[in-house]
Design a protein around this ligand. Structure first.
Ligand SMILES: Cc1cc2nc3c(=O)[nH]c(=O)nc-3n(C[C@H](O)[C@H](O)[C@H](O)COP(=O)(O)OP(=O)(O)OC[C@H]3O[C@@H](n4cnc5c(N)ncnc54)[C@H](O)[C@@H]3O)c2cc1C
Length: 460
């Protein structure tokens, strides 16, 4: 006898003995909720989901999986659009119960399944800013892929602020990775994705910074897209390190604070988040917003927790994301972008451009496994739709635009914003560090158990 998704009764029974009612099977009332990812376009049906509350639970689940040759996946915040958090017919290690958050001095230690909003709640209370985002995104996937947070240009990626991690390896050992212990693993965790082990806790250095922020928010008619993006390309690198500048092609949403006559119009937008409210920052944002003839141009104060509110999307809608890094945002690239990208397939879809630089780019490309240190910009195609019947049309559009524009890029892609993950895309994500990740994996996961991720084979 097997359950609906074909793993042995004996394996299920061992998991049930250990996990009790935290062992969820198809047919259980909690199963549908457990397999609901942020990206509702993912249909994948694991044989069992186990809720891991302690490091011991992770050790136990890995032991059952490896002893019985059952594939497994690791789910933290469940936000990665690839859907790697779920594995068909295998065991899902749901880390969401492993979510404690502890603060000591300026170091915050969080469980491997914690989400950034929960971490922020504790850190902000103590006058600290963690290296993440004000979102329900998981710390796990975000950090292991690099992690471009609001304070990125000021203080580096999330992975740059990781001081140590507790990891359960494929062999079931519990080890620490840091600058002084298991340095190869520590190197690979900082950008190498979920290839190495299950991280049961992350310790980050936070910065003492105010939660009081500023935002510059501008909207222009779509006809001005090329001109505006070229302007953005010139000024974004010059903005203070405290800022995180973004621009986007989008459809103006039906928000009450936007003029009704603009709702549904295509537009080009600029959105710059700034940590701190100093007069010099305000002046820089006002100068940034003082360009051309905008529909809307506003500079206003915001709490750190409010910075992502304009972009929030409920769990379960449909998405296909792709990305690439590029070096220059000039008129040639801006024209090509507008030419290829418009019309976008749905009003929910947008194309976002991030101004990187600052502390992100001060790190050597081989110092951590995240390699894209020489690119001052990244482009993210975030195709988003509501109806399953639009799947093919939206996915094909994303692939075509990505393919057409990639030639303007560095060849690198952001592992956390990919949805297609065939080998050349994974190579583009790990770039110059691909081979070294494979070498480190051959020490920590020689039998290649960690495959439900942008996968690198261990070097033989
Ligand atoms: C709404 C939204 C906003 C976003 N904003 C940003 C942004 O501003 N900047 C940015 O850089 N990215 C951003 N992202 C992308 C985000 O970084 C990735 O989606 C990330 O993978 C999400 O992590 P997760 O833990 O929620 O995902 P999951 O789907 O749970 O995990 C993804 C993969 O990571 C691995 N993994 C996760 N946790 C662990 C762990 N503890 N141990 C071992 N492996 C683990 C597993 O392989 C897993 O399959 C955003 C995504 C969304 C949906």
């Amino acid at each position: 006898m097997t359950n609906d998704h074909e793993i042995s009764e004996q394996a299920v029974s061992t998991l049930q003995q250990h996990f009790g009612d935290r062992c969820i099977l198809p047919g259980d009332s909690e199963y549908q909720d457990e397999i609901q990812l942020w990206n509702g376009a993912i249909d994948r049906y694991p044989a069992v989901v186990v809720g891991c509350q302690h490091t011991d639970d992770v050790v136990n689940a890995l032991e059952v999986a490896t002893n019985n040759d059952i594939p497994f996946s690791v789910k933290a915040g469940g936000h990665m659009t690839t859907g790697h958090a779920l594995v068909e017919d295998g065991i899902v290690l749901d880390l969401s119960p492993l979510n404690r958050v502890e603060l000591r001095d300026e170091t915050i230690t969080v469980g491997g399944g914690a989400t950034w909003d929960a971490v922020n709640e504790v850190a902000l209370e103590h006058g600290l800013l963690p290296p993440g985002i004000p979102e329900t995104v998981g710390v796990g996937g975000f950090t292991l892929g690099g992690g471009m947070g609001v304070t990125g240009r000021l203080n580096g990626l999330a992975c740059d602020n990781l001081v140590s991690a507790e990891v359960v390896t494929a062999a079931g050992d519990v080890v620490t990775a840091s600058a002084t212990e298991n340095e190869d693993l520590y190197w690979a965790l900082r950008g190498g994705g979920g290839n190495l082990g299950v991280v049961t806790s992350f310790a980050f250095e936070c910065i003492k910074e105010t939660r009081e922020c500023l935002v510059a928010n501008v909207l222009y008619p779509i006809e001005e897209a090329s001109e505006y993006l070229t302007y953005f390309g010139e000024v974004a690198p010059e903005l203070p390190a405290e800022t995180f500048p973004t621009a986007a092609l989008l459809t103006i949403p039906e928000l009450p604070d936007l003029p009704e006559e603009l709702h549904g119009e295509l537009a080009v937008a600029g959105y710059v988040m700034c940590v701190g409210t100093d007069d010099s920052f305000k002046k820089a944002l006002e100068e940034f917003a003082d360009f051309g003839d905008p529909h809307v141009a506003a500079v206003y104060p915001a709490d750190y927790t409010e910075l992502y509110l304009p972009f929030q999307v409920p769990t379960g809608q449909r998405h296909h994301w792709e990305s690439f890094y590029f070096k220059e945002l000039d008129m040639t690239f801006a024209d090509a972008l507008v030419e290829e990208a418009l019309p976008m397939p749905t009003p929910q879809t947008s194309i976002a451009l991030y101004g990187l630089g600052g502390a992100i780019n001060e790190v050597d490309p081989t110092a951590t496994a995240y390699p894209h240190r020489d690119a001052p910009f990244a482009l993210h195609l975030t195709t988003h739709w509501l109806d399953e019947t639009d799947d093919d049309r939206c996915i094909e559009w994303t692939r075509a635009v990505h393919q057409a524009l990639r030639e303007h890029g560095t060849g690198g892609e952001y592992v956390n914003n990919q949805t297609d993950t065939d080998e050349d895309r994974v190579r583009a994500a790990y770039g110059v560090n691909y081979d070294r990740i494979a070498e480190v994996k051959s020490r920590w996961d020689p039998a290649d158990w960690f495959r439900s991720t942008q996968h690198v084979e261990p070097k033989s």
